[in-house]
Write a protein that binds this ligand. Structure first.
Ligand code: PAF
Length: 278
């Protein structure tokens, strides 16, 4: 696996592959790799001849009080894991390559970005949409794979690619879970030994809501009850537990299409998010 740090080098590599008629898949990440990320690389490999993994902790998607400095960084381990998973190229640019000092353009996806995560992390989706649109344009891949674990992010990226006519197919990959159901996340390492077993409660709570909603129950009281149960189980703050339309993330009506249960809650220093289909 070749490692490049500049956009020009990545584009040269892609141009070489294009001359060989190879298709290209892109897997953007911020590192801190776990099995969930590797499943994205595998899926990109099934859908394209060459896979570019990217490793860039994007400052634009963190607010001043978030964990940008503490975010797990271990390029050597990440490189080894990307290579073993079958990536052909790693694009790991320095901050100045992505955001030169005179950079002023931001990509804001209206509507979707202001809901749910957007209410609690107002800078987040503009930071994500800006960096992902840049990566998509830089690589001009045929497909790009993102985890369903960040379900709202996936919907924002799909909308952004569609609205900006970026000709890369956006693919969602199923969430990879620990044995007890906890969704894999780079931020799970912030959980203490004592908190870790309790973290799986989030998945069991939203799974119960999904089942009952699918059987026709009214989701609102179920979500309220789940939030209370999470607090009783030691979650210090429940940002939301809600059932939404799976595509628009607006109010869910079972007659109008599939739903999605989404939740975000704090356990100790970790803010956990998860979602399941209804
Ligand atoms: O999901 C992530 O790791 C990041 O939000 C992404 C998509 C790589 C953009 O920085």
């Amino acid at each position: 696996m070749k490692i490049v740090r500049s956009i020009a080098e990545m584009r040269d590599m892609v141009a070489d592959w294009r001359r060989m008629d190879a298709t290209v898949g892109l897997v953007p990440t911020m590192g801190g790799l776990h099995a969930g990320h590797l499943s994205l690389v595998h899926m990109a490999g099934e859908r394209s001849d060459k896979v570019i993994a990217t490793l860039f902790v994007n400052p634009a998607q963190f607010s001043a009080d978030e964990d940008f400095d503490a975010y797990p960084r271990n390029e050597d381990d990440d490189c080894r894991m990307f290579e073993e998973a079958g990536a052909s190229l790693l694009f790991a640019p320095p901050i100045e390559e992505v955001y030169p000092a005179d950079h002023v353009t931001k990509v804001h996806v209206g509507g979707l970005s202001s809901l749910l995560e957007g209410e609690f992390r107002p800078q987040f989706f503009t930071g994500v949409a800006t960096v992902v649109s840049k990566l998509l344009i830089q690589a001009m891949a045929d497909v790009a794979v993102f985890g369903e674990k960040d379900y709202q992010q996936l919907q924002v990226i799909r909308r952004m690619a569609r609205d900006l006519d970026i000709p890369t197919e956006i693919i969602g990959a199923p969430t990879v879970r620990e044995h007890d159901g906890l969704a894999m996340s780079s931020r799970n390492r912030y959980l203490s030994e004592d908190e870790r077993p309790r973290a799986a409660k989030l998945f069991s709570a939203i799974s119960d809501i999904a089942r009952a909603t699918a059987e026709g129950a009214d989701p609102a009281p179920l979500c309220d009850a789940a939030a209370r149960q999470l607090t009783e189980a030691g979650f210090r703050e429940v940002d939301y537990v809600t059932v939404r339309d799976a595509k628009t993330l607006e109010h869910y009506r079972c007659s109008e299409g599939p739903g999605r249960v989404l939740a975000a809650a704090w356990l100790g220093k970790a803010r956990l998010i998860d979602n399941v289909a209804v």
